[in-house]
Design a protein around this ligand. Structure first.
Ligand SMILES: [Zn+2]
Ligand SMILES: [Zn+2]
Length: 341
């Protein structure tokens, strides 16, 4: 079978891989679509993401949907042939974070296609994938596989909105209109936000934010823009650049919450820490998700407009052009790889 493997910075290949077989408690999935994530692009362009560095070849991908093929001994779940989304995290279930219900920050988690631990956890960009059976979710009725491929990034967005506290009736700022920023817009609206304003440098990205439900969009390089609010109730930083965090720190109201969702560059990031002090701001991190995966699938089933955020579907054999397209934010929101055939 074929898979999309990162061998090092700039070295992305479509390799022939041994077909996996499910062990005890595991499921075999025929992958249909895999969403190219910002983290996949980071492994390709920079050889790492955040503080995680690539140390060996790794199958990329953690945003995967497909159909159930079979189960190993003792494995149980949706019947073979059922369309499923794959929850990419296997939390340890034993550490203090898992026990206290924060499985997304488990200190011994395994996450598909991640170099956070060595040996790396191989990902889901392959024709067939083996995962623990309990990580499969049958798609809700009426949810097409193509849209379901957004379940993982939408879960990330739902978790970030939850970290912001109750946004219902509030004005929320989102910095960064990449796929995650756009999905944060949709998640904030679903959580009842009265108004969501989005900033980005690129007009095309802001168009995707509007498609996701943004009430106002502002070019980040036009700080005097009349569209920029004087103050917001909460801010979610989804650009992963220090300038985005700075905008959040300056625009959130006193006592307000800023959620840092975008992965910042490796190492240290200077920030306007005195604003945190004098305005009693709350700066919170948001990392991955847990139970939000099921909420994401339910929301995707209700809202056909999420289809507008899938900007291209590219066959696996053209993985590198697909990555280049996904990295071109003047054209793309979410790009999917198609593993059929
Ligand atoms: Zn992702
Ligand atoms: Zn744990």
């Amino acid at each position: 079978m074929l898979g999309c493997v990162i061998h090092g910075q700039g070295d992305l290949r479509v390799d022939e891989l041994p077909p996996p077989s499910p062990g005890s408690g595991e499921a075999l999935v025929a992958v249909r679509y895999g969403g190219v994530c910002g983290s996949d692009l980071h492994y390709w362009r920079h050889g790492g993401v955040g503080d995680f560095r690539l140390r060996e070849p790794m199958v990329l991908g953690h945003e995967v949907v497909g159909t159930v093929v079979s189960y190993g001994a003792g494995g149980d779940g949706p019947a073979p042939g059922t369309a499923v989304a794959v929850h990419p995290a296997t939390a340890c279930g034993l550490c203090p974070e898992c026990v206290s219900g924060r499985r997304n920050v488990c200190r011994d988690t395994r996450y598909l296609g991640s170099a956070a631990r060595t040996p790396h956890v191989q990902g889901g960009f392959a024709a067939q994938l083996v995962v623990p059976a309990e990580q499969l979710r049958a798609l809700p009725a009426g949810l097409p596989l193509r849209r379901a491929a957004l379940a993982e990034p939408l879960s990330v967005a739902l978790h970030a909105v939850r970290r912001a506290g109750d946004v219902s009736g509030r004005h929320v700022l989102v910095t960064g209109a990449g796929p995650i920023g756009c999905l944060v817009v949709a998640a904030a609206k679903a959580a009842g936000a009265a108004r969501v304003t989005v900033t980005d440098l690129l007009p095309r990205a802001l168009e995707f934010a509007v498609a996701a439900g943004a009430d106002g969009v502002v070019r980040a390089d036009e700080p005097a823009s009349p569209g920029l609010p004087a103050e917001v109730d909460a801010a979610i930083e989804a650009s992963g650049v220090a300038a985005g965090l700075d905008t959040c720190l300056r625009l959130v109201r006193r006592g307000g919450v800023i959620v840092q969702l975008g992965m910042l560059p490796p190492g240290q990031t200077p920030f306007a820490g005195n604003l945190v002090v004098s305005r009693e701001l709350e700066l919170r991190g948001s990392f991955r998700f847990d139970v939000e995966f099921d909420e994401a699938l339910a929301l995707l089933a209700q809202e056909p407009r999420f289809d507008d955020l899938v900007s291209a579907v590219v066959p696996l054999r053209e993985a590198e052009p697909a990555f280049a397209l996904a990295a071109d934010r003047t054209k793309s929101c979410k790009v999917l790889l198609d593993f059929e055939g």
